[in-house]
Write a protein that binds this ligand. Structure first.
Ligand SMILES: [Zn+2]
Length: 537
C-alpha cells in the first residue's frame, strides 16, 4: 500500500521534455513509482484526469523569511503551487544579529517596512540565518525553505552603517559568512542598491564571492542600478563573477524607466556574451511591469547616508527641501533618480508605518487630496510615516518582460513574501506577485499569449532553479525525487491578484503536495504544514 497515488494525469516532469500520461505512487515522502496503469492502491488517491502533474515550484527569489516569523501559516505562496522558497534575498535577512549594531539593523529593517514590535525586539538575537529559519520551520510552514544570508546584516554586524570598511571589519564579515556556509546556507544575497551594502567596493565583493565559490554556493544580487545605469551595473556583477568564478544569480532582471524600454535584447546579448566567455550567470524574473520598493529610494543615497531620519528632520528648512526636491526629480551628478523616467502620480502606496488610510492610494490621489505637487506628497508621506513607506512603481514595458521571460537562463520568481488576507498582513496592499506570479505565467504567458510553451515554463519554475542551487532531490518528477508536486488545470489556471486588489488567491491550482503530504486539496489548504528547512550538504 502506498501513501498516495495520483492517477490519470498528464506529467510535465520539469526537464522541459514533452508531457506524458502515467500514474505516480508516493511512499515516505518520495516518488517511488511512475508507471502507466498502476495496479497498487494508496491510502490517499487523487484523480488527476484533465490535469497537469508537475514538480512543485521552486521560488528562487523569495522574502518569506521576513513574514513567516509573524505568520508561519501564511498561504500566498503555497496557493500558487510553490513548494520550496529560496528565502533571504536582496541582502535583507533577519540574521545574523550582533548586539553591538542591533539598533542600526532594526532601523534599516523598519525603513524596508519590516517592522518589529518592542516585545519582538527582545527575541531578535538570531546568531545565524540558519538558526532563524530553523525557528520558522519549527513553528510549521507550508513550503520548504532554502535560506540565503544577506549582506546587510553581515555588514552591519561588522561595521554598523560605516561607509568604509577597515580590513579587520571585512575579516569579521568573511568569518560570519564562513560560519553560515558551514551551517548549511545556500549562498549570500546582496542588495547593492541599498545602504549600507552600496558601500561595498568591487574588491571587497570579489573576496566575499571567492568564499561563496569555495563552498559551491550562489551569489544572488540585486544590482546597484536597474534604471539608467543598468548596463554598468550588469558589467560590474559580471566582472565580479568572472574574477571570483562565483555562480551568479541576478535578481529580478528588468529594465526600469522609459529610456531603457526596448533594450531587453541588448541586455540579454550582453549576458549571453558573458556566458559564452565562461561566466556562470543566470537570473530570475517576476512577470509584471511594476516593481516594489521602499519610497526612501526617491531620496538621493548620499543625503541619507546616516539614515533617513537626518533628512526628515530638516524638511521644514525651505532651502533644504527645495534642493532636495530638485535632486529627487532630476537626480544629482553621481545619482540618477528613480522618479526621473516614470509617472510619479501612478506610484501605489502598499505599506505605511502609521496611517493605514493611505494604503492602496496612489501618489496622484494623495497629491490631489493634499493639494500639493506629487513630489511634495512623497515627502509628506515619508515624514508622517517616519521613512517607512513601501510602494509599487510602474516602470517596465510589457514587451521587455516578454523578451526576458523567453530566454533559456530566465527563472520565474515571486520576489514576494508569504502573506495572507487575514492576520498581521490584512492591512497590506502588496505587489500582486505575492499572490499571483506563478499562475500568472501559466495562465497569461503560456495559455493566453503563447510566450512560452508549458514544458519550458515549468522547467523555469522547477529543474532550472534546482540545478542552479545544486538541489539534487527536488525539481523533477522522477522516481527517487522528493514528492513535492503541484497538480493544476492548464485550461483554467490564472492569477486573480491585481494592482487594485492584490490579496486574491489564484485559480486552477488544485493539489499541492510537500514532502508527500497533501497541503492543498481541491484548491483549499488542508491545515498541514510539512515544509522543512533544507540545508546545503
Ligand atoms: Zn531586490
Amino acid at each position: 500500500m502506498f501513501d498516495c497515488i495520483i492517477r490519470n494525469g498528464s506529467i510535465v516532469n520539469g526537464t522541459g521534455a514533452p508531457s506524458f500520461a502515467a500514474d505516480i505512487a508516493i511512499a515516505d515522502g518520495t516518488i517511488s513509482l511512475i508507471v502507466r496503469g498502476l495496479s497498487g492502491t494508496g491510502r490517499n488517491e487523487i484523480d488527476a484526469t484533465g490535469l497537469v502533474i508537475a514538480p512543485g515550484f521552486i521560488d528562487i527569489h523569495s522574502h518569506s523569511d521576513l513574514s513567516l516569523f509573524f505568520e508561519p501559516h501564511a498561504q500566498s505562496k503555497i496557493m500558487q503551487g510553490v513548494t520550496t522558497e529560496v528565502v533571504g534575498n536582496c541582502g535583507i535577512t533577519s540574521a545574523p544579529v550582533r548586539a553591538i549594531h542591533k539598533a542600526a539593523l532594526l532601523r534599516l529593517f523598519e525603513t524596508n517596512n519590516f517592522t518589529i514590535t518592542a516585545s519582538e525586539e527582545k527575541l531578535w538575537n538570531w546568531p545565524s540565518q540558519i538558526d532563524h529559519v530553523n525557528n520558522l520551520v519549527e513553528k510549521g510552514v507550508s513550503s520548504n525553505l532554502i535560506p540565503l544570508v544577506g549582506g546587510v546584516p553581515l555588514r552591519v554586524a561588522a561595521a554598523g552603517m560605516k561607509e568604509h570598511l577597515e580590513p579587520q571589519e571585512l575579516d569579521v564579515i568573511k568569518s560570519l559568512l564562513q560560519e553560515e556556509l558551514r551551517q548549511g546556507i545556500w549562498g549570500m544575497s546582496s542588495g547593492l542598491y541599498y545602504i549600507p551594502e552600496s558601500h561595498f567596493n568591487r574588491e571587497e565583493l570579489i573576496e566575499l564571492c571567492r568564499i561563496i565559490r569555495e563552498n559551491n554556493a550562489i551569489w544572488a544580487v540585486h544590482m546597484r542600478d536597474e534604471g539608467q545605469r543598468l548596463f554598468a551595473a550588469v558589467d560590474e556583477v559580471i566582472d565580479i563573477a568572472n574574477q571570483s568564478r562565483v555562480s551568479l544569480q541576478i535578481s529580478h532582471l528588468k529594465l526600469e524607466g522609459k529610456s531603457n524600454w526596448g533594450r531587453a535584447a541588448d541586455l540579454l546579448a550582453r549576458l549571453d556574451r558573458a556566458r559564452a566567455e565562461g561566466v556562470d550567470v543566470h537570473w530570475d524574473q517576476y512577470p509584471y511591469t511594476a516593481y516594489g520598493s521602499g519610497l526612501v529610494d526617491a531620496i538621493p543615497p548620499a543625503w541619507r547616508a546616516q539614515g533617513i531620519d537626518q533628512v526628515l528632520s530638516r524638511l521644514s528648512d525651505k532651502q533644504f527641501s527645495d534642493s532636495l526636491k530638485q535632486a529627487m526629480l532630476r537626480g544629482t551628478e553621481t545619482w540618477r533618480s528613480p522618479l526621473e523616467e516614470i509617472e510619479i502620480e501612478k506610484i501605489i502606496v502598499t505599506e505605511v508605518k502609521n496611517d493605514l488610510e493611505y494604503v492602496g492610494k496612489t501618489i496622484g490621489e494623495l497629491a490631489t487630496t493634499w493639494q500639493r505637487e506629487p513630489v511634495d506628497a512623497i515627502l509628506r508621506l515619508l515624514n508622517t510615516q517616519e521613512g517607512s513607506v513601501k510602494v509599487v512603481v510602474p516602470a517596465m514595458s510589457e514587451q521587455d518582460v516578454e523578451v526576458i521571460m523567453q530566454h533559456p537562463a530566465t527563472m520565474i520568481s515571486s520576489d514576494g513574501k508569504a502573506v495572507s488576507p487575514q492576520g498581521r498582513y490584512a492591512q497590506l496592499h502588496p505587489h500582486p506577485r505575492y499572490y499571483g506570479a506563478f499562475p500568472r505565467v501559466l495562465g497569461r504567458y503560456v495559455r493566453e499569449k503563447g510566450i512560452l510553451d508549458l514544458n519550458e515554463a515549468i522547467q523555469k519554475m522547477t529543474s532550472l532553479p534546482a540545478s542552479r542551487l545544486g538541489l539534487k532531490d527536488r525539481g523533477m518528477i522522477a522516481e527517487g525525487q522528493a514528492a513535492d508536486i503541484v497538480i493544476f488545470n492548464p485550461q483554467t489556471v490564472i492569477d486573480h491578484a491585481t494592482f487594485q486588489q492584490p490579496c486574491r488567491f489564484p485559480q486552477g491550482i488544485e493539489y499541492v503536495l510537500v514532502n508527500g503530504d497533501v497541503v492543498i486539496e481541491e484548491g483549499e489548504h488542508t491545515g498541514r504544514y510539512p515544509g522543512r528547512l533544507l540545508k546545503k550538504q
